[in-house]
Design a binder for this molecule. Sequence first.
Ligand code: G6P
Length: 468
Amino acid sequence: MADLLLASNRGPASFIEDDAGRLVLRRGGGGLVSALAAAGSPQALWVCAALSQYDRRALRTGVLDLPGVRMLDIDEGVFHRAYDRVANSLLWFVSHLLCSTATTPTFDAASWREWHGYEAYCGAFADALAAEAGPGAQVLVQDYHLSLVPAMLRERRPDLRIAHFSHTPWAPPEYFAVLPDQVARALLTGLLGADALGFHSARWSQAFGRCCVEVLGADWDGSAVSYAGRSTRVLVHALGVDGDALHERAAQADVVARLDSVREIVGDRRMLLRIDRTELSKNIVRGLLAYGELLRTRPQWREQVVHLAFAYPSRHDLPQYREYTAAVQRTAREVNDEFATPGWLPVVLQVRDDYARSLAAYQLADVLVVNPVRDGMNLVAKEGPVLSREGLVLVLSREAGAADELGADALVINPYDVSQTADAMHAALLMPAAERRARCDRLAEAATALPPAAWLAEQLAVLAAVRG
Ligand code: G6P
């Protein structure tokens, strides 16, 4: 029986198959897993889902041996309906304001089947947590995949202290209203089953509170929601990065080796860097368009700059993601077709996931572009300044949670405004070295204000206080 449990769809690692058909473990990606893995408490039990046929095979054949991890073998159809259809195609789009409301979302009879899959999937997590938790244990549930779990778990185990953390933004009530009323109510009451809810930014926690008022008629005082005789704290814990751990990781041989390969690509030119998972929210296409506009309107940068764009694969089971990846590749090609010269490739787009290469590139970049249309936090914006050697300039979207803390020393842009983004790239490239250094130092300080271990400890302290 565990005293501390974490629950998330994606666990700390999952299996892939190597060329010889053997199952090998690979570290999980994304902001949530990075945070929890770094915060890692050796006593915690981490409950997660089997994500692929390889995970399922590992579970069924007993290959899985991850201490402290309980991977759930949820029926494949239920998993698909919950993860691909509801979590990623509906909830992600709503929280990031990505619906094309002329046509999506459309809720019809098939959608209800998907919704029931989501309920069953959350139920499987609630069952597992209820079975594994010791008396009065603390349970930290993560993200939009598991929104119904807090209330389901409270029903099964009223003795537990339950928190939920949203790593994504939250939609304002006018936008949240695209959801069917029954779904909107279920999501909110599901979350309100927790004792405490956490968000990366006050913008998201305030939006959540306002949704509770509009949809449920609940009371909201800015830091707690009262509804149906219970009160739930709604707080901001702005996740940062662990500077020492990052430096330690960056000193390892694989990162050091990649410094040379990055130098080889960039040569003695200036480097504009972006690093994203290829998600629709990351706004990679507009970022590349802005770079094209920079080269078009400020010819002085032609042959003087290389834009390294690492766009790592994400959620390729969804057609929108495959189309978006193709659009990113097409846009990079168009910029190169327009401007490349025999000795210069303006955009170097790399799509193979390579964390060590990312850590090498941060160290050498002159400008880091982080321009999401909307983002819960964005840890790239925080890692870059910490590892930068000479002091990079951060071009940052005002719609990223990270803008709350980094806005003062970044060049802040409206992510939809391609021309403004191009202007910011220009200003960043021109910024005097001393100013870059000073701003970057302050960015690094802000980025490390609440490293993962402290972020987790803050939430546990709230839970401990909440019920005496
Ligand atoms: C990003 C978001 C998290 C989310 C994760 C899921 O990291 O910040 O909020 O949980 O994506 O990604 P996945 O690859 O598991 O679908």
